[in-house]
Design a protein. Structure first.
Length: 427
């Protein structure tokens, strides 16, 4: 992990962000893949799957038989855990939805009812590749189901034998996924966006992925709605001298094992802590599974930002806007109140980011690449529309008539007021 002595927190954080931005060449390659799928449908998806995933499929559809077989390949304990995750997350999402129901405003002859309507259909991207992510199937499908989405579709890249990880299939089925397709990367996003012979297009695409998936979602957003930019995962740990270097190190290592493009960083005002954390990481990486991925991730994307004081650390964090932020310091609660830009804030030594991926009831689909400045995690809110139903009495319209006349005149849209005047029976 490279050490950066930070003189100006915000500019340094912005520089690091720029280094991790999606490159123009990748965008062009992604556009070509998307265009090919739009024009050639299933054939293009199958060809790109062979090219990128190393398996030639006859069909991208996961059949009912494959879904049934998946249940025979998982343990009862795994099913129990998926069910527990589903219940915990659903409880959290329903609590949010409950607060939105029954909102009505009446004033001066105008009544506005805010109606909650689900998105018609969603496509959930479930990453695959060098790891399996049944937990992401839970995180995407549960809030969609809670919102009342009628058609929930999932896609994921196939394994080398042409199958989908059985626990991922089981998790998707248990959480309400209606259709599952063997399609990853940009070609999978394109199938959800434009449709193919096998896949009907969806109204919205959600879920995390690598840089190609992230680029594809950005391109797709001109055609369908997307949740957010949820690219390669990120963890920033803010820690001071009271933090346990071993816990900081193990959390950075656990996040780095996701993929070689994971971004992990430590921000601190203590050079001593930074040194101890780096030493702990060096001791760990030689003894762990997936050490090649962890080493590559930390060497290429890892950093330690040493700032002069707590205020500078907070400024750095807010500009960097990490996907996950862990706060391990003496006054963690007070620091947390100063954080304005992070996808998920984890406070204290007993809230590791790895645990938040599974069982806390928070969602692990989070904004990356600095988009924590403008939004937070995936939730039931991403799967609903709040539609205003407006009813106005004759007296209510009369009360706002003068204001409408003035504003319509200011904008040069005089016929806007004529529609009001006609209802007042004016000459």
């Amino acid at each position: 992990m490279k050490i950066i002595k930070v003189a100006e927190p915000a500019p340094e954080a912005a520089r690091l962000r720029k280094a991790n931005a999606i490159q123009d060449l990748l965008m062009e390659d992604t556009k070509a893949i998307m265009k090919s799928v739009a024009e050639h449908g299933d054939l293009a998806v199958l060809d790109y799957t062979a090219k990128f995933d190393g398996v030639r499929l006859n069909s991208i559809v996961v059949t009912e038989q494959e879904m049934k077989q998946a249940y025979s390949q998982v343990t009862k304990e795994q099913v129990r855990i998926v069910r527990a995750m589903k219940v915990q997350l659903a409880k959290s999402e329903m609590a949010v939805l409950k607060r939105l129901k029954g909102i009505a405003i009446s004033s001066n002859g105008v009544r506005i009812d805010r109606m909650i309507k689900p998105v018609a259909s969603v496509g959930c991207y479930i990453p695959g590749g060098r790891a399996r992510y049944p937990s992401t199937a839970v995180m995407c499908a549960v809030p969609a189901k809670a919102a009342g989405v009628k058609r929930i579709v999932a896609i994921s890249p196939p394994r080398k034998d042409g199958s989908i990880d059985p626990l991922t299939l089981v998790a998707a089925d248990m959480c309400g996924v209606d259709e599952f397709y063997k399609a990853g990367g940009a070609q999978g996003i394109a199938a959800l966006t434009y449709g193919t012979e096998s896949v009907k297009p969806v109204s919205k695409i959600v879920g995390p992925g690598g840089m190609f998936v992230t680029a594809a979602k950005l391109i797709a957003s001109s055609t369908v709605s997307i949740d957010m930019v949820a690219g390669p995962t990120e963890l920033l740990v803010y820690a001071d001298t009271t933090a346990d270097p071993r816990l900081v190190a193990v959390d950075l290592v656990s996040q780095a094992e996701h993929s070689i493009d994971t971004i992990c960083g430590l921000v601190t005002n203590s050079e001593k802590l930074a040194s101890h954390v780096q030493r702990q990481i060096q001791l760990m990486v030689e003894k762990i599974t997936r050490s090649d991925i962890v080493k590559s991730s930390l060497q290429n994307n890892g950093f330690v930002a040493i700032c002069k004081n707590e205020s500078a650390c907070v400024e750095f964090v807010n500009e960097f806007a990490p996907e996950h932020l862990e706060i391990m310091c003496k006054n963690a609660n007070a620091v947390a109140k100063k954080i304005e830009s992070a996808g998920l804030v984890l406070i204290g030594p007993y809230a590791p980011s790895s645990a938040s991926d599974y069982s806390f009831g928070s969602n692990h689909v989070l904004p990356t690449l600095g988009f924590g400045k403008s939004r937070a995690s995936l939730s039931v809110l991403d799967f609903i529309k709040i539609v205003n139903k407006v009813k106005v009495s004759k007296e209510g319209l009369a009360k706002v008539g003068k204001s409408i006349k003035e504003m319509a005149s200011a904008e040069g849209l005089l016929n806007h007021y004529e529609a009001v005047r006609a209802r007042k029976n004016e000459e």
